[in-house]
Design a binder for this molecule. Sequence first.
Ligand code: 5AD
Ligand code: SF4
Length: 458
Amino acid sequence: MKRVFIHTFGCQMNVNDTLRMSEALSSMQYSPTPTAENADLIILNTCSIREKAEDKMLSALGRYRQVKLQRGALIGVGGCVAQQEKNRILERVPYVDFVFGPDAIQKLPEIIGRVEADRVRVVETAWVDSESYVFPRADPNTSRGKATEFITVMKGCDNVCSFCVVPHTRGREVSRPFTEVLQEAASLTTVGVREVTLVGQNVNSYAGGISFAQLLLRTAQVPGIERVRFTTSHPQDLSDELIEAFRIEPKIMSHFHLPVQSGSNQVLERMRRHYTIAQYLGQLEKLRAARPDIAVTTDIIVGFPGETDDDFEKTYQLAEQVRYAGQFSFIYSPRPKTGAAMREEEWGSVAHDVKIARLERLNAMQKKISVEFNAKFVGATVEVLVEGSSKTDATRRFGRTSQNTTVNFDGDAPIGALVKVQIQSASAASMSGKQLSVDSLPAVMIPEAMVAPEVCVA
Ligand code: 5AD
Ligand code: SF4
């Protein structure tokens, strides 16, 4: 048996792709190892959403060079930077053996076979066009040890947000047929999975035979599935039908990630987002009417080209008004081939120190609101799906609430149990409490999770 170490950067799409890579490699007798030092094959599953993500990949590559020198390990680069840079990675990093895009995961055995047999360097970044694309089918055994798992429901993105590299790295939207999604959910329940998160770059424009709202409702009906989540959404495509699904199906969890990006209509127009703040707020109002306890989270970009002090104030005020449960805010970074990068000179760059100051102000405000949001639960009893032992204290358990907040608690319930936890304290990022009761157990007992793979949120 040979060993493979896969270092994952970026979003849930990549986390899922990593699982599919290890499945493809198991046919070549590669088994996963949690550290690079004893690996025979090292793969970086990369992200190119922001400059920082690419820098992280390059510095990781530098570290793995040693392993190559010592053990002769093969090094491959996959994911979004691979798709974007193609053979430029081989030119820039002489010790990389192969480069493959997100559509080439199932070809990994063939690629590695060629590298091993002929000692050639390989680049495989062809798109697979919509009609012929077959989504890799997950092997439920890969999910053993988990109470919650992701299911890919679509790939690519047909929007043209002017800041975003995704259409260039992941191509056109292709939806997975709904029957495959439902089958995958059912197969995951056979190893004890009770919560699934449907993932895609823009799930609201899902077109796999039924609407996305219907897909969520049908997934919730799969025997053994107790909780359903999804990510990520574009406000432009958020339908009333989806909002209605929150009203009628309690198995859809009370969390909605709805990236707003900016609170200024002028900036939104240059971002090519196709909605106004008034429309966005209208959607939130309907959503909160349908599910009063819903936690709304968002993504915000500061320092987009031409963003004035006044534009930023509008973003700040919006975030204060909406009172997001959580916010992921980023400093704008120009990405290759994007509309905003090409027009940055015309619209005007924002000075780096101004960007930093704006980000810090937003983060400070959000921290305060997140603390207040979580503090409301102190004293209350919440339902938690147990995911394993707490990352900070192995004698405790951890899981998440319907609102997607992490809870660390004193208790002994096995992975996959739905438990009632009384909340005793809360911070911006998590809550702490004690187990009161075990409400239900998974159909099959789940073994305590082994070593989690390395993931860097870029
Ligand atoms: N610069 C900064 N942030 C970006 N995002 C996407 N592209 C960029 C960029 N060029 C952010 C958006 C998106 C999240 C995943 O990353 O907020 O919603
Ligand atoms: Fe995910 Fe986008 Fe990063 Fe690719 S570039 S890994 S799609 S966040």
